[in-house]
Design a protein around this ligand. Structure first.
Ligand code: SF4
Length: 308
């Protein structure tokens, strides 16, 4: 159970929806991000070396090998094909549609998840996604990187889009895809200059539309050889310690409607890539501490400070 007692976690959602444990397997379109300018971005952190591009020689065998590894490690027999890196809706729509179809029809795959930017979601691509995954038994998730609704923060991160792009993308996905497509918002916490209220405003805005069914949140990290690293070295800015971030997560969880599936709350990075913040605890320990924090402060997702 763990954190599931306090939070509508993705694992809990998947168990309720598919009746058993579902594991994620990383896929990649192989197409570079057309923006490539976010100050924090380091594809060596974001693209797992094992991510599968579903075309060309040998990709199906790589999927089978990963499926077997996931089965041995988690006892999973069902899988989400997760196009997690870069902007997985950017590129030739016909080719992308073929990649999505191949991934979604693999044996054991019960869901397709695509991460992207709000300004790279066209009506055509949404129709290709729907055509690639016709069965309602297979989940479709579109994870849209908003990060913040605040113009100053988006400029700081050099995202190259605004909150209105996100609102337009979500509305269009809902209009074209109806209930077939579940949107999740990708947000960054503890952006320099943002207050807790700023962050909660982003959380509420990002999850208000009925098409938005999930959220993925993590704190800002500084990776080596990125524009953010150069900025951090020139003018170091404050980043949260682990206790401070856990307290912030408590506030976020209270503000999150219970219907929203929480897909992620922590992130980690290879030790040799991460400059700051450097925390003592690993992800499992952090999850345990968050659980303790929720218990101690009577936090339940969406309870807004009211004991459940
Ligand atoms: S949109 Fe995503 S992949 Fe592209 S530069 Fe920004 S963070 Fe990196």
């Amino acid at each position: 159970m763990g954190l599931d007692r306090y939070v509508n976690t993705f694992n809990r959602y998947l168990r309720e929806r598919f009746g058993e444990r579902v594991a994620r397997i990383s896929f990649d379109t192989g197409i570079p991000c057309p923006w490539g300018k976010c100050v924090f971005c380091d594809n060596r952190v974001f693209v797992p070396p094992t991510a599968i591009v579903p075309e060309g020689h040998g990709w199906e065998a790589r999927f089978v090998a990963q499926r077997e590894r996931a089965a041995a490690r988690y006892g999973a027999r069902k899988f989400i094909a997760y196009f997690q890196s870069g902007t997985s809706t950017a590129g030739d729509p016909e080719r992308l549609g073929a990649l999505y179809r191949r991934a979604a029809h693999l044996d054991g795959v019960v869901g397709l998840s695509l991460s992207t930017r709000p300004d790279h979601v066209s009506e055509e691509i949404v129709r290709r996604i729907l055509a690639a995954v016709p069965s309602p038994d297979t989940d479709i998730w579109m994870e849209i990187g908003l990060q913040s609704i605040h113009p100053r923060s988006l400029a700081f991160l050099n995202r190259g889009h605004d909150a209105a792009d996100y609102d337009r993308a979500v509305e269009m996905i809902h209009r074209v895809g109806g209930d077939r497509i579940k949107v999740s918002a990708h947000l960054i916490a503890a952006i320099p200059g943002e207050t807790t209220d700023d962050l909660l405003e982003t959380v509420r805005h990002a999850t208000a539309h009925p098409a938005v069914r999930g959220v993925k949140i993590h704190h800002l990290q500084v990776y080596r050889e990125t524009p953010l690293a150069a900025l951090f070295e020139r003018e170091p800015f404050g980043l949260p310690g682990e206790e401070e971030y856990i307290a912030l997560l408590g506030d976020i969880l209270r503000a999150l409607p219970p219907r929203i599936v929480v897909m992620r709350l922590f992130t980690d990075a290879p030790d040799d890539r991460l400059i700051a913040p450097r925390w003592r605890s690993g992800t499992q320990e952090l999850l345990r501490k968050l659980e303790e924090h929720c218990e101690k402060h009577t936090i339940r997702q969406g309870n807004n400070g009211v004991p459940a």
